[in-house]
Design a binder for this molecule. Structure first.
Ligand code: PQQ
Length: 361
């Protein structure tokens, strides 16, 4: 059974490390395996993701946040020492809060709402990737089944989280116009909570990992936890970046958003296009590159519309899943221009096409 986990080589595993050497070995695991190194995080922080890809991250990570107190309750249940429980229970309070509307889970829900989700949809966990669930649940099982030392050691990824949190908050605020400081308020508190928790867990592990075997187990626990975080990002990347294979039942762009009702209402009222609408070409209408004339045209049954370069850039992004706001965001990034100014212009253009019945929402 143990063979499933890689073991350090025999010579190392037989030597008792000093507490300082053990800490250095644990930090080295983070330096090589922590999820700040994952390509999905690089894209997220550098502003390279679409709004829908950021949404997929916020939705899936909700599951991790929601299960952290379940994990910590399982750790608490292993503790026979009241003094230890008094310290550990603070983690549950941090996430659940002391009253309704308080705590980390609530703040994560605000983050999800901030990127457009309907709160009840997020709470339902319906659209969460199965791989996210498997990975988070593996963490809960791990702390329930392994020794208390291993359970505590598995939380040590928090040693590395303040750096990634600072980088994420700065990067997202700079690179995405739909992200505000309020949306990311979740992370404010983590900057003090995580170091406090990590300091305690590190002292505990350094004190209690008193044999080479226990030290090896503590290192394996931290490696396991790095993998729990890494595989969640693998799953997001596979489903929403490349190859973009969204499994059955997982969230699809456009689902579970508060703006969902808006296009329906607007269409029913016959009103103008809004930023939340997801325009698409009606059946029988196609964007075509007319090679003899060297330009793109919109081909409709028995009619052809000449298009200027701006219209072509917009229509290349019209796919029935991107909203007008998403299209404006993407063009804003491509042309380094203010997306809200672009949005106003393309709404007028799209309304014109909708009136000619070569566009619908
Ligand atoms: O934003 C991050 O990158 C990040 C990482 C980690 C982590 O390293 O486990 C946690 C969190 N955030 C976090 O918000 C959180 O509540 C948390 C709890 C735990 C844990 O293992 O008990 N890790 C993390």
């Amino acid at each position: 059974m143990n063979a499933v986990f890689p073991t350090p080589d025999a010579a190392d595993s037989q030597r008792l490390l000093s507490p300082e050497e053990l800490e250095a070995a644990l930090r080295d695991i983070g330096a090589r395996r922590y999820h700040n190194l994952h390509p999905f995080h690089r894209l997220l922080h550098d502003g390279k993701l679409s709004k829908d890809q950021v949404r997929a991250w916020a939705l899936n990570r909700y599951y991790y946040q929601a299960m952290i107190p379940v994990k910590d309750a399982a750790v608490l249940a292993r503790m026979t020492d009241a003094a230890l429980r008094r310290i550990w229970r603070q983690r549950i309070v941090d996430h659940d809060g002391d009253h309704e509307g308080d705590g980390g889970i609530e703040r994560w829900l605000k983050l999800a709402e901030g990127v457009g989700f309907d709160r009840d949809y997020v709470l339902s966990t319906r659209g969460i990737l199965s791989a996210t669930k498997f990975s988070v649940e593996a963490y809960v099982h791990f702390v329930s089944e392994k020794t208390l030392l291993e359970a505590i050691a598995s939380s040590l990824t928090e040693m590395f989280s303040p750096t990634i949190i600072s980088e994420r908050v700065a990067g997202m605020l700079k690179n995405y116009d739909f992200i505000t400081k309020d949306t990311l308020a979740y992370f404010d508190k983590r900057l003090t909570q995580a170091p406090r928790d990590a300091d305690f867990a590190l002292d505990y592990v350094k004190q209690h990992a008193t044999t080479p075997e226990l030290q090896r187990r503590a290192m394996a626990a931290l490696t396991f936890k790095c993998n729990v975080l890494w595989t969640q990002l693998d799953a997001l990347y596979f489903a929403y970046v490349a190859p973009g294979m969204i499994p059955p039942d997982a969230w699809r762009p456009g689902e579970g958003l508060v703006a969902d009702a808006a296009p329906v209402r607007a269409a029913a009222a016959g009103g103008k296009m809004t930023a939340a609408d997801r325009p698409r070409l009606p059946r029988g209408v196609r964007l075509r590159n007319d090679e003899t004339r060297g330009k793109y045209v919109l081909l409709a049954p028995e009619r052809t519309f000449d298009l200027d370069d701006n219209a072509v850039a917009v229509l290349k992004l019209v796919d029935g899943t991107r909203s007008v706001a998403d299209i404006a965001d993407e063009l804003g990034r491509t042309y380094a221009a203010d997306p809200r100014a672009i949005e106003a212009d393309i709404l007028v253009m799209l309304d014109g096409l909708a009136e000619k019945r070569v566009l619908e929402r």
